[in-house]
Design a protein around this ligand. Sequence first.
Ligand code: AMP
Length: 599
Amino acid sequence: MLAPFFQFAQLCDRVASTTKKLEKRDLISDYLRGLSLEDAARAALYLAGTPFTETDRRALNTGGALLSRAVAEVTGADRAAMHAAYRRHGDLGAAAEDLLAKHKTVPPALTLGELESTFEAIAAARGPAAKLPLVLHLLRRAQPMEAKFILKLMLGDMRIGVKQSLVEDAIAAAWHAAAGAVRHAAMLTGSLPEVVAMAASGTLAQARMRLFHPLGVMLASPVASVEEAIKRFAEEIAAEEHAQPAPGQPFLARALIEDKYDGIRAQLHCGDQSQPGHVGLFSRSREDLSEAFPELIHAFAAMPEPAILDGEILAWNPTNARALPFTALQQRIGRKHVTPEMQRTVPIVFMAFDVLYLAGDLLLDLPLAQRRQRLEAFIAQHGAVAHTSASQGQSILFREPESEQRDGFPRLVLAPATRLRTADQLDRAYDEARARGNEGVMLKALASTYQPGRRGLAWLKLKRELATLDVVVTGVEFGHGKRAGVLSDYTFAVRDGDELKNVGKAYSGLTDAQILELTGFFQQHTIEDFGGFRTVEPLKVLEVAFNNVMRSDRHNSGFALRFPRILRIRDDKPIKEIDTLARVEEIYNAQPDRPVENP
Ligand code: AMP
C-alpha cells in the first residue's frame, strides 16, 4: 500500500497539537510502524523537517519568494490577501492552508513516494523558471492541510515541536531498539532513512561513520568575570567528581585556556580517500559554508587522512598572524560568488581547536586532553598540506618576503592553548586576548568529552559585557514567525543634546508577555505608520547589552551596536537620563579593534 501523504499531514497536525514529548513520540512511532519500510524511511526524514538527508548534497533551492509566488498563483490571492494571511499566521505554510480552504478541494491523492520524486525533480531543475511549474503541480494536487506541511517542509521548518532526536526516539520505540543505539547510528550516518532500515533489521551496530554531514557542535556557557569563571569551573569539576565544590586556584589547572575568536564557528570534514578532493565545511546551524570560502575547500582538498576538525573561520592577517576584525569577515558572508580579488583582500584561515574524528576513530568520548594531543599531532603531520600558493590567496595588503610568497601561508592554524594556575594569570590572559583583537577567553575542562549540541559548563566563555546602555525606543516593527502579529523589533536611540540619535535595533531579550504589553503600548503611541515600520513617541526606556560598537551608516548616530539584547525595560528611568552619544563614542574608542561596518 502506498502511504497517503494526507495521513502524514494529519499526523503532523496531531503531533503539533500536544506539547508532551512522550505523546509526540508515541504518535510518531505508531504511525511509522504502520508503514512499509520505504515509506517509514521517508516519513522519518520529513518529520525531522528536511526534504533530503544531510549526506545528500542535493537541495531544493526554492526560497520563500518562489514559494510565495506559487501560493499566490494557486490560490489567486492578491498581494494584500497574501500579506494579511501571512500576518495572521507568521508562516507561509499555514497562510497557504488558510487561503486554500476557501477553494475547491481535490480528493487526497498524493503519496509520500510522489513527494519524494517531486522533491528530486525540483532539486534537479535549474533555476526558478524550471522549478515553479513543479511546485505548482504539487500544490494544485494538495489538500489545504497537505499544502501547509509541504510548504513547511520545503522551507525546512515544520514547527510541530519535533526535533530529530525525538524522531530517533520514535524509531527506537517502533522497532524496539535502544534509543542510544539509534542516536549513535544517526550521528554516524547522518541519514534517518538508513537508520530506519537498520533499526528494523536489527543492524544498528553495523553503522559506520560517514563524513560530509555535520555533527552537532559543543557550546560554552557565558561567564562575565574571572571570579565567576573560577567558581563555575570549580562547581563543574566537583560535580564531575561527585565532590564538594571547594573553589580554589588548583581547579584552574584542569582547564585549557584558549582565546575566544570572533569569527564563524565551523566544522571541517576532509581527507576521505573514497571521495578524493572532497571537503565539507558546515556552520554551527549545519549550513554548508563551502561556497563562501572556496580557498579553504581548495586548501584542504589534498588532506591524506580523514578528519573532522572543529574551529573558527577567521579573516586573517598572515603578517602578524592575528585575526582581522569580524567586520572584515563580514564582507565574505552571504556571497554566492567569491571573486579572486576578495580572496586576496580578505585572507581566510581555519583556526582549529578540536578534533572529532580522525582516521577511522570517532573521538567524541575521549577527554579534551587527549583530543588536543591528537589535534596537535595531526596538524604537525599534515598542516603543511593546507598551505596556499601565493597566487590564490595572498593578500595585497600584506606584502610578504619573496620566500614566504612562494610558500603562501598556512590555512590550517592550531589555536594556541595554555594551562594556568591563578586568577591573576587568567585576568592577564583575558587582557592579552583582547589586545590581540579577540573577544575574550574560553576555559575548557581537560577531562571533558565532546558533547555535540550541548551548552554545558565543561566549556566556559569569559567575555565581559562591554557596558550596557540605557536607550529609548523610537521605532517599532512587527516580527516574524510566531511574532508576526506583535510589535517585537525595536529601533532605539541615545541622546545627543536635545536630539535623539538611533544606535541600534533589538529583538531579543523580552518575554512574550512583555512584548504583548509593549505592542499595545506602541500602538497607542504610534506617530507615523509606514506599513512595516512605525515611528513611536520616545517613551519606553530599555537597558541593552551588546557585543561591541561599530561605526556604521545604518543609523543617524553614525554608530551601530552589534548583537544588542534587551536586558530590561527601565520604566523607572526618565528619558532625560538615558545614555548619550558621547558615551557611545567613549565605549567605541575603548575597544581594542574599532570595528567599522562596510569600510
Ligand atoms: P556564543 O555564540 O556566544 O554561544 O559563543 C560560542 C561561540 O564561540 C562558538 O560558536 C564559536 O564560534 C566561538 N568560539 C570562539 N573561539 C572559540 C574557541 N576557542 N573554542 C570554542 N568556541 C569558540
